[in-house]
Write a protein that binds this ligand. Structure first.
Ligand SMILES: Nc1ncnc2c1ncn2[C@@H]1O[C@H](COP(=O)(O)OP(=O)(O)OP(=O)(O)O)[C@@H](O)[C@H]1O
Ligand SMILES: [Mg+2]
Length: 417
């Protein structure tokens, strides 16, 4: 929410390309830029508008900007003093196209729109990994190793050691397939996260060209709710990934302290759904969504980790490696996973975030079976957890839409009935 003067930058995240709306007050010289990834943008004096304008000539709900990949439209919502586009008053409730050259006037205020780059967590845009880099790495990995990689791995992965141009600072965590370190990139002088893959995790399955294309697409995903992959590399001990360094904790660690309140649980699920919606649009399926792959930053962002890389490094969730708790039924059967498998895993994650536990085996959650969870959300969860993939929301965008509707319901009726 925007409070006070016109100087704040507001960032909203969503599945579509963002727009920037610039508001200028010629009377005071104030100028504010707002970036939005989610349509619609409501403009008015009321605090629940996306752009809150305190001026007396602005109505409580003055107008609304809607946008999609095709462009933006403005509609006046029947305001007291009206709105004008390029000097022409607009009729109430009739959406009028708004181009980057249009000037929208609300009283003395001038509003204009422009497309904006995707924001990153630091507010600066980061370039994702170079196209083709992953394929080159895969080809290098297919050649016989010069040294015993296991020995090199064990000997070298300690704080103070170097892996290529990266100096390891401290171990952050370890998973089934590798170790994650905070590291310093000596060349670029920045801190990064370096994930060294255990040798032996080789990319056999990448021989399929569609998998290779998907891995390349995953490596280039650029979204505020997806950790940015900076680089991939190889040293004598095996392959490694270089990522944006996150501060905060994994959802796994957070859940060890108990479930999250409804608002927070929904917020995390919605951010993760934005990441899925974006990836699914790019033809990338995560395939290994679980609490340790969802990260909550100290700055309040949710970031999804390990996108689509599950099978690149042979770390596709396997039945051999223990109970595949977050896998969709089709994945357990070794049938191909698709966007709907991610929706299933995302719903399991939300169930656990809300209740502290996974749904028991047997019939999936049904309305009323989750105490404290609004009926609309429980119904959405039940659909998303359907063993039959055809009954689930078909992809991340549909899952996101369902969650946003459930969030609006929850806000309207906080009692959850
Ligand atoms: N970019 C990052 N910045 C900060 N911490 C990270 C980053 N990437 C991973 N981590 C932390 O490192 C831990 C280990 O990650 P890793 O992916 O190796 O293991 P995992 O997700 O538990 O299991 P798996 O090997 O199946 O993926 C994670 O739980 C996470 O908290
Ligand atoms: Mg992981």
């Amino acid at each position: 929410m925007h409070h006070g003067g016109l100087a704040a930058l507001r960032v909203e995240c969503g599945p579509v390309r963002p727009i920037t709306i610039v508001v200028e007050d010629p009377a005071t010289g104030d100028r504010a830029r707002y970036a939005f990834l989610r349509s619609p943008v409501r403009i008015g004096r009321r605090e629940d508008c996306e752009i809150v304008l305190p001026q007396p000539f602005v109505s409580a709900r003055h107008g609304i900007v809607q946008f999609d990949e095709l462009g933006a439209r403005y509609a006046d919502l029947g305001s007291r003093n009206g709105s004008a586009i390029d000097g022409v008053p607009v009729s109430p409730d009739v959406p009028t196209p708004l181009s980057s050259r249009s000037e929208l006037r609300i009283g003395a205020l001038r509003l204009s729109i422009a497309r904006a780059p995707e924001p990153s967590v630091a507010g600066e845009s980061v370039a994702p990994v170079r196209p083709g880099a992953l394929t080159e790495l895969m080809e290098a990995l297919a050649r016989p190793p010069e040294v015993d990689p296991e020995a090199a791995w064990v000997a070298s992965l300690h704080p103070g050691q170097s892996v290529g141009r990266f100096e390891l600072v401290r171990e952050i965590g370890r998973g089934g397939f590798g170790l994650v370190f905070e590291a310093i990139d000596r060349q670029l002088g920045r801190r990064v996260a370096l994930k060294a893959m255990r040798p032996g995790a080789h990319p056999a399955q990448l021989q399929a060209s569609w998998l290779q294309r998907e891995a390349e697409a995953a490596a280039q995903l650029n979204h505020p709710n997806i950790v940015t992959l900076f680089d991939v590399g190889r040293w004598e001990g095996g392959p490694f990934l270089v990522m944006e360094l996150l501060r905060g904790e994994g959802l796994d660690a957070r859940l060890d302290r108990g479930p999250l309140p409804l608002d927070d649980a929904l917020g995390v699920a919605i951010d993760a759904a934005r990441a899925l919606a974006h990836a699914h649009c790019s033809g990338v399926v995560h395939r290994d969504l679980k609490p340790s792959n969802v990260f909550l930053t100290d700055a309040g962002w949710t970031k999804v980790l390990d996108f689509g890389l599950a099978h690149v490094f042979g770390s596709e969730p396997s039945l051999a490696g223990g109970t595949p708790r977050y896998m969709a039924p089709e994945q357990r059967r070794h049938d191909p996973a698709d966007a709907r498998s991610d929706v299933f895993s995302a719903a399991l994650l939300l169930h656990e975030t809300l209740t502290g536990r996974l749904p028991e085996d047997g019939p999936p959650a049904s309305p009323g079976s989750l105490p404290g969870v609004p009926a609309a959300l429980a119904a959405l969860l039940a659909r998303a957890l359907s063993p039959d993939a055809g009954r689930r929301p078909p992809d991340g965008a549909a899952w996101l839409e369902g969650l946003l509707a459930a969030q609006r319901e929850a806000e309207k009726d906080p009692s959850g009935s």
